[in-house]
Design a protein around this ligand. Structure first.
Ligand code: GUN
Ligand code: ZN
Length: 432
């Protein structure tokens, strides 16, 4: 089955932080030729249209931008009714709001309805791939994977492992966490587009026995992702030091159990020490920047500049972290990222922002041969963007002269309203 998508095509082939504008591919009138959901060809519409078989359907999105579907590297699907909970910082926010809400996911029907809403909302925001936390209940991961499979989306997800520091309705054990995770990996990892992420929630909610079990799973399934939280909040860091007195620092706790590696997505990383930076670098682990969450929970400012220190460069991914985060939109997330970096005298160029939420996150998740780009052979997930979708952005757009200015308008003022359409494997799954 051949079809085509026409528009102002934008994608990246390298990191603009090192390659500058040469990292960007931009075609004013471009065409994506899609065969069985895969990009078969990409180029100027004038060059490719004459070669299409007669009757090939062409979805013409001019004058809008068509970019690879956004990737969200860290999001909690059970927290759609936790977002915007007032007046707390991490530890009391977890206790007062999050752990209360997550207990409802013991009910499979609640999990299934939550998964449906969640994927609808991601697609409305142009996000086609995410690395997703469930709750402790195996059924939460089951519901998310089943719904993702139905929609054909590429999702990574896992049930969280947590065997202490939470209400009785929200804990597993080292043994059951291992067994339930193993069963989910065997059922879902590599089935169609689904990927398993081994998910020990964080050091405060896992015993050493459970971190050991999580590390064993990571060794037994080296192509699974690992996701957890680290160094988000100063009181959290103190509590980790008290629980793990023999470890030099927070990162060393995870490292002792084999949980810090090139497939590890480490949420937050706001207060890392020099030694932790060096350890992250040595293990090639990924620091996940969640700007709206970090400002909302008053956790701190992510120091991307320090992640680029040539003595110990650390890989970075970007994410919403709903429901500590406040927007499902990766556009709004990158707008907040710009402000967080600006407060520290750093800058985030529009190219770096768009690269981060597409190819950059695909690289971080080890999926860059599959998603995040329009290079032939990639799965055709795409978002259609209108930088002038509201009266205020349409007015501002009148003064925009360059593609960089347009991209910056999209991340500064854009959100779900800028998303005109979303495609998964070349199929239209959302249309505004
Ligand atoms: N640390 C442990 N669990 C969580 C969570 O659900 N959200 C955030 N932001 N941090 C965490
Ligand atoms: Zn999180």
């Amino acid at each position: 089955m051949i079809k085509a998508i026409r528009g102002r095509l934008l994608w990246y082939v390298a990191d603009p932080a090192t390659e500058g504008a040469a990292a960007r591919r931009y075609l004013e009138d471009g065409l994506l030729v899609v065969e069985n959901g895969i990009v078969a060809a990409v180029g100027e519409a004038a060059d490719l249209l004459p070669g299409l078989p007669a009757g090939t359907p062409v979805a013409d999105h001019r004058p809008h931008i068509v970019a690879p579907g956004f990737i969200d590297a860290h999001i909690h699907y059970p927290q759609t009714q936790v977002v915007a909970s007032f007046g707390a910082t991490l530890l009391d926010w977890l206790e007062r709001y999050t752990f209360v809400e997550e207990q409802l996911f013991a009910d499979p029907a609640h999990a299934e309805a939550g998964a449906r809403f969640f994927l609808d909302e991601l697609l409305r925001n142009g996000t086609t791939t995410a690395c997703v936390y469930g709750t402790v209940h195996p059924g939460s991961a089951e519901a998310l994977f089943a719904e993702s499979e139905r929609r054909g989306t590429r999702m990574a997800a896992g049930k969280v492992m947590m065997d202490r520091g939470a209400p009785p309705g929200l804990v597993d054990t080292a043994e059951s966490g291992y067994r339930d995770t193993k069963a989910l990996i065997e059922r879902w990892h590599g089935r169609g587009r689904q990927i398993y992420a081994i998910s020990p929630r964080f050091a405060l909610t896992s015993t050493e026995a459970q971190l050991e079990a999580a590390g064993q799973l990571a060794r037994e399934h080296p192509d699974c992702l690992v996701q957890t939280h680290i160094s988000e909040n100063l009181r959290e860091i103190e509590a980790v030091a008290a629980l793990y007195p023999a470890d030099r620092d927070y990162a060393s706790v995870y490292d002792r159990f084999g949980l810090l590696g090139p497939r590890s997505l480490m949420g937050h990383c706001l207060h890392l020490t020099e030694e932790e930076f060096a350890l992250f670098h040595a293990r090639d682990a990924v620091a996940v920047f969640c700007p709206t969450s970090n400002t909302f929970l008053g956790s701190g400012l992510f120091d991307w500049g320090r992640m680029r220190d040539p003595r110990h460069p650390v890989r970075v991914a970007v994410a919403t972290d709903i429901g500590g985060g406040t927007s499902y939109s990766m556009l709004a997330t990158m707008g907040e990222a710009y402000k967080v970096l600006h407060l520290q005298g750093q800058t985030l160029t529009p190219d770096s922002a768009f690269h981060a939420m597409t190819l950059g996150n695909a690289v971080a998740l080890g999926l860059d041969r599959l998603v995040g780009s329009f290079a032939p052979g990639h799965e055709c997930d795409a978002v259609v963007l209108d930088a002038g979708a509201t009266p205020a952005t349409a007015r501002r757009l009148e003064r925009v002269r360059t593609i960089e200015e347009e991209l910056f308008l999209l991340t500064t003022m854009g959100d779900d309203r800028a998303v005109r359409a979303t495609y998964v494997m070349g199929e239209l799954v959302h249309s505004a």
